[in-house]
Structure formats: structure tokens, C-alpha cells
Design a protein around this ligand. Structure first.
Ligand SMILES: *[C@@H]1O[C@H](CO)[C@@H](O)[C@H](O)[C@H]1NC(C)=O
Ligand SMILES: *[C@@H]1O[C@H](CO)[C@@H](O)[C@H](O)[C@H]1NC(C)=O
Length: 381
């Protein structure tokens, strides 16, 4: 080895060391006293007194909270809200495939809530810009993301003419993806949007799916998640139950829980009588987003389903879907009209921003099947 190569190697080694140190420093939390007490105050309001509490096998704590005393009702716009008890059912008549994935159910009259930790709130604060940029629907012009890139592979149903949509449902394959670094994310989700072409303050979304999202969830496991915003991710909304808004009704499945089953069978639709946005997994009503928390979601003008993969520029992009090209599916993709009936989209647009060396998208309008995903591996050169 000549001296030139040796010095290059030495230089690279030093860079690597410096970077690891920076990364380590990145994971220490330096909170001011003020921030500290703010977090403590927030924790106290989010974690309500519980009737019963238990841990899953991964050490996550769940609380069974009186359904009327859940954090959602701290939202100022829900002061006069009338609690809705969703019926079991959803829009399918097949037997429920949703098996209990937690060691215990919550007693009747309570709801299952993943307990928020201080670390959850710190990460949410610290990574807010990243989370904000990579949670959004795919746009015509990709929004600049802080220090990284989000890649998309999916399909968008946009209302061009005719009435808007009032809901959607799809069965999602769920894969226990590995190989996603602490700085990366891989998400499969449904996003219903209204106002996507208008002013930011009127961009409303409801979202649900599964992801590996270390910066949001605090580990590299697959989590069931939800998200909502009523101002384009600026001041309103959040992941899971990290802020008041979503009303939890289930005693057995809750946003943010580690999800070990092989499929999600999600339905999101606007209830014709209450106008709340209901969320089901198969026949199990998880809960709903109350109409009061939105300013522009009487219906929705765009539905997106697909995979979203985020990586900082200095890392190769992570696997999406199953990690195999076209290896994951959304099946039985259905849009819902104002009467609660299934509606065929008049139009769809498949989207993916990278070649099939990385991720693919293929949608069949006749079968309502989206095949997507891939190994990733894209890196900015
Ligand atoms: C709740 O109801 C009261 C009395 O009708 C009304 O004054 C108040 O504005 C309502 N609050 C909200 C958030 O709707
Ligand atoms: C639920 O899980 C049990 C044990 O894992 C399994 O034997 C059973 O078939 C599952 N039921 C359904 C409906 O998937």
C-alpha cells in the first residue's frame, strides 16, 4: 500500500470517527429548565389516570383509561363533543382477522392507550422538521426535506370532476422490515387529503398505516400509526396520541403499538350521521377523528396509498414494503362516496420518484391492487 492510499484511508477513518461522535452527541438531550418543566406538564396531561395498566413483551406500557377521560377531550375544540360509540363492523362482512396482539384487553368503559414517555416527547420536538417533511403526501414538486430525501411509490386518486370522496379502505401487507437505520424511516400508509392545492392553513389530512420510524417511535420495530393535521403539518395535529384530537374507542388496538400481524385491513370514512372520520382495522373500530378538529374536511379531494422511504443524504435509502421490488401490496382498494357506497375512481396516477432499481409501483384499477416497494439503496451522488 503506498503512502497516498494509506493517508486517504487514515483521512476516511478520521472522518468516520468524527461523524460517529457527532451522531452520539446528536442523541443527547440538552433541555433547558423551562423545556424540562414544559415536557413534564405535557406528560401529565397526556397520561391520564388509568384503571389498569400493563406492559407488552417489548416493555411498552399501556394504560386503560376511562373513555370519557381520555386525552382527546383536552382539545379546546372538543369541549362540547358528544362521544360516538362506533359499532363493530366496518365495511366488510368477513370474520375478523384481527387477533389480539397485546397480552391483555382493557375493561369495558376504558380505552387502550400507549403511555407517552418523556423520550417520546423529546424526539417529537427534536425531529419535528424531519417528521413534518416526510409524513406528507407526495406532491407534484417534492418538498425540500431537511438533510435527507423522501422517496415515494404509490398511487393517488384525485377528484378532477364530480363529487369528492368520503373515505377509503384497503388491505395492507405488513412486513417486519429490518435494515432501517436509526436516522431512516419506511412507511406504508393511506392519506386522505383536502385542500392540497389551496392555502396551507386549509390542508387537512387523516393518515394511518404501519411504519418503522425510529425517530418517531423510539425503536426499529413495526408500529401501527396514525397522523392528522388541519394546517399542513404546521401547528396542528401529530403522530398517534402525542397530542389531543383522535378519540380512541378500542380496548385492544391503539395507535403507536408494535404490530406483529401480517396485515392491516384499514377503513377510513366520514360517518354520514356524525361527520366524524372513523378508523377501523377490519371489523374493529379503533376510534375516530372528530369533525371539530378540522377546518376543511367535510369530504376529501385526494386519496394516496403507498410506500414512503426516508433517508438522510449520507445513507443509502432503506427498504420499502417487503424490501423486494413490487413485493408488498394494498389489495381491495376501494373509495367511498357520500352515501357510504363503494366508488370506482374515475382516474388515478401512479407515482414513484426513483427507477425500479430501487422501488416500484404498479396499480391495477380493475382489481384494486397496488404492488409497490423495493430494496432501496439509492444514494445522492
Ligand atoms: C360549547 O358550548 C357553549 C354553549 O353553547 C358555547 O358557548 C361554546 O362556544 C362551545 N364551545 C365550543 C368549543 O364549541
Ligand atoms: C389467532 O391467533 C392464534 C394463535 O396465534 C391462531 O391460532 C388463530 O388462527 C388466529 N386467528 C385468526 C382469526 O387469525
Amino acid at each position: 500500500m503506498d503512502w497516498r492510499r494509506r493517508s486517504v484511508l487514515l483521512f476516511l477513518a478520521i472522518c468516520f470517527l468524527l461523524r460517529s461522535q457527532a451522531a452520539a452527541g446528536d442523541n443527547t438531550w440538552d433541555l433547558t429548565e423551562e423545556e424540562e418543566s414544559e415536557l413534564e406538564r405535557k406528560l401529565k396531561t397526556l397520561n391520564k389516570p388509568y384503571v389498569k395498566s400493563f406492559k407488552d413483551e417489548y416493555g411498552t406500557t399501556y394504560d386503560c383509561v376511562d373513555i370519557y377521560k381520555q386525552p382527546a377531550f383536552d382539545h379546546p375544540l372538543l369541549k362540547n363533543h358528544t362521544l360516538q360509540f362506533p359499532k363493530r363492523g366496518g365495511n366488510t362482512n368477513k370474520e375478523s382477522r384481527i387477533n389480539q396482539t397485546l397480552p391483555q384487553l382493557c375493561p369495558i368503559g376504558t380505552v387502550l392507550i400507549r403511555r407517552t414517555t418523556k423520550e417520546d416527547l423529546i424526539r417529537a420536538k427534536k425531529y419535528a422538521p424531519q417528521i413534518q417533511s416526510r409524513t406528507q403526501p407526495q406532491q407534484a414538486e417534492t418538498a425540500a426535506t431537511s438533510g435527507g430525501a423522501t422517496h415515494h411509490a404509490g398511487v393517488a386518486f384525485e377528484v378532477k370532476k364530480g363529487p369528492n370522496y368520503y373515505g377509503t379502505s384497503a388491505d395492507l401487507d405488513v412486513f417486519q422490515l429490518s435494515g432501517i437505520s436509526i436516522n431512516q424511516a419506511s412507511t406504508s400508509q393511506i392519506i386522505l387529503t383536502k385542500g392540497e392545492r389551496g392555502p396551507k392553513n386549509y390542508i387537512n389530512t387523516v393518515q394511518a398505516g404501519w411504519h418503522v420510524e425510529h425517530q418517531m417511535e423510539g425503536d426499529d420495530r413495526v408500529h401501527f400509526f396514525i397522523y392528522w393535521t388541519s394546517d399542513d403539518y404546521q401547528k396542528t395535529g401529530c403522530l398517534n396520541l402525542l397530542c389531543p384530537g383522535f378519540v380512541q374507542t378500542s380496548t385492544r388496538i391503539t395507535p403507536g403499538q408494535i404490530y406483529t400481524l401480517h396485515s392491516l385491513s384499514l377503513s377510513i370514512y366520514r360517518d354520514r350521521f356524525t361527520s366524524n372520520w372513523m378508523l377501523y382495522n377490519d371489523r374493529e373500530p379503533i376510534g375516530y377523528w372528530p369533525k371539530e378538529i378540522f377546518n376543511n374536511l367535510a369530504d376529501c379531494s385526494q386519496v394516496q396509498i403507498g410506500g414512503f422511504a426516508y433517508s438522510p443524504f449520507d445513507e443509502a435509502s432503506p427498504p420499502m414494503g417487503s424490501g423486494v421490488l413490487f413485493g408488498a401490496k394494498f389489495t381491495n382498494v376501494v373509495l367511498v362516496d357520500g352515501q357510504g357506497n363503494n366508488r370506482k375512481p374515475e382516474d388515478f396516477a401512479a407515482f414513484h420518484d426513483l427507477s425500479q432499481d430501487y422501488y416500484g409501483t404498479s396499480y391495477s384499477i380493475n382489481n384494486g391492487v397496488l404492488s409497490y416497494g423495493g430494496p432501496g439503496g439509492w444514494k445522492k451522488t
